[in-house]
Design a protein around this ligand. Structure first.
Ligand SMILES: [Zn+2]
Length: 105
């Protein structure tokens, strides 16, 4: 159980970090476009790039929330495919892993 506490802490730390990034990206996306049309094009490109970053961050947030849910349910660390335990080393490297190394390969 103490082992999971450590993982929960790490996941929650990462989660608040990611939520902070989303807030920053949202602020950036809400900024009004430049008046100059050339600068506007750059703004739009930046917004596109930020949108991509935001999607990736949101994806990771989803994975972390899923992992926290599995910890709460007691199914954390069990391969969703074959039902075997996921190696602790794998979870350490990838705390959001839902499948063991064999099934993920
Ligand atoms: Zn498996």
């Amino acid at each position: 159980m103490a082992e999971n506490d450590r993982i929960v802490l790490a996941l929650e730390t990462r989660l608040s970090e990611l939520r902070g990034r989303i807030a920053g990206i949202d602020d950036e996306l809400r900024k009004p476009l430049s008046a100059d049309s050339e600068e506007q094009a750059t703004d739009l490109e930046n917004q596109d790039a930020l949108g991509g970053v935001e999607a990736a961050v949101l994806h990771e947030i989803g994975q972390i929330e899923e992992a926290l849910k599995r910890i709460a349910e007691g199914s954390y660390g069990i391969c969703t495919q074959c039902g075997e335990d996921i190696a602790p080393k794998r979870l350490e490297a990838l705390p959001t892993a839902t499948r063991c190394i064999q099934c993920a390969a």
